[in-house]
Write a protein that binds this ligand. Structure first.
Ligand SMILES: Nc1nc2c(ncn2[C@@H]2O[C@H](COP(=O)(O)OP(=O)(O)OP(=O)(O)O)[C@@H](O)[C@H]2O)c(=O)[nH]1
Length: 333
């Protein structure tokens, strides 16, 4: 095991494209709840990303932080936590973790410095072994992609305790590398960056440098719906059109999902206009515009949601929304 300090991280700060290839890839960030995943991703990216959802249990997509440097780009996938599925939703969350893991180029396994290694950590390790472990002839585990232990919250312990902790983690699994960090204090964050970058394969920049996260599913669908109406209605349509995705309900979350024979996700969308007189223009004769827009977007929307989906479009009036701060906020501006 080489340490981050030995490798040095100065390469992050200089444009040394002559010697070093550009590296890019996906890092799956795993660890038991509360270990500091979100805090570390924010620290690595260098700005706050809206990772914390007010309803975390409904998060369907691993939200990513994107860190771009002159020599590398890391796409950080925040997994919702590997746990024993007790409910249908729980097993769906595990599916998301599986998806995040399957596209990973490296795994960052976070372990808190101020707590003992516990059953939760062992469960994660055995799960990772299933997917990325190979037992060699001498009985040792080898990893098909780099498995990096990140020891979080080191500000909570002293030097002596840290040394003991690092030894304990070294004995826990055959990690490719072990790096201590305090994301809260910004201590050793640069080392973590360096280690993760070194673990990436050579590859091109995948996202624009200024992009720090992927746009949410809701925003992307709202944009599509708005675009489709603008196209459908040409100049007929007033520019006072705003689209908001209110809710995406997966079949297994629907109260009556057992009876839901269509098995589709339902996407509730509000289309706001400024005046009553604009409503029939949007809807069209015999609702022809709504029908056309739904048909046109079916494939794209299914792809974004990752499931067969039904668009539920509601045209509403928000009087003079463009000049009304409250309405603007509600509409996401
Ligand atoms: N002392 C200390 N606390 C930290 C550090 N990083 C995170 N925390 C705290 O640990 C708690 C959990 O941090 P999060 O980043 O939300 O952890 P998480 O792993 O994303 O949590 P889940 O979303 O529940 O899985 C918060 O109260 C953080 O402030 C650190 O470096 N030092």
């Amino acid at each position: 095991m080489s340490t981050a300090a030995q490798r040095g991280t100065s390469d992050l700060n200089q444009n040394n494209s002559q010697q070093e290839p550009y590296r890019s890839g996906f890092v799956a960030v795993v660890g038991r709840p509360n270990v500091g995943k979100s805090t570390l991703i924010n620290a690595l990216v260098g700005q706050q990303i809206a990772i914390a959802s007010s309803r975390p249990e409904t998060t369907r997509k691993a939200i990513r932080g994107i860190m771009t440097r002159s020599n590398a780009q890391l796409v950080l996938v925040d997994t919702p936590g590997i746990h024993k599925p007790k409910t249908l939703l729980g097993s769906r969350l595990n599916d998301i973790v599986q998806e995040s893991l399957s596209q990973a180029d490296a795994i960052a396994f976070l372990l808190p410095a101020d707590q003992e290694i516990g059953p939760g950590d062992r469960r994660i390790l055995s799960r990772l072994r299933q997917d990325f472990g190979r037992k060699s002839e001498d009985g040792h585990w080898q990893w098909t992609i780099p498995l990096i232990a990140i020891v979080t919250k080191i500000d909570e312990i002293n030097r002596t305790e840290l040394v003991a902790k690092l030894n304990e983690i070294d004995a826990f699994a055959a990690f490719t590398e072990i790096v201590p960090v305090s994301a809260l204090d910004g201590d050793n964050v640069e080392e973590v960056r360096g280690v993760l970058v070194s673990a990436m394969p050579e590859g091109p920049q995948m996202y624009p440098a200024e992009q720090v996260s992927e746009e949410g599913v809701e925003d992307r669908i709202a944009e599509l719906v708005r675009g489709a109406f603008l196209e459908e209605l040409d100049d007929e349509l007033p520019h006072s059109l705003a689209v908001v995705v209110d809710d995406i309900e997966m079949p297994e979350d629907q109260d009556d999902w057992v009876q839901n024979t269509t098995g589709k996700a339902v996407i509730r969308v509000s289309i706001y206009v400024e005046r009553d007189s604009q409503k029939p223009i949007i809807i069209g004769r015999g609702a022809e515009h709504l029908v056309k827009v739904k048909k046109k977007l079916r494939t794209d929307v299914n792809r974004i949601v990752g499931h067969k989906a039904k668009l539920d479009l509601h045209v509403k009036v928000a009087k003079n929304w463009q000049g009304n701060p409250k309405q603007l906020q509600k509409l996401g501006f």
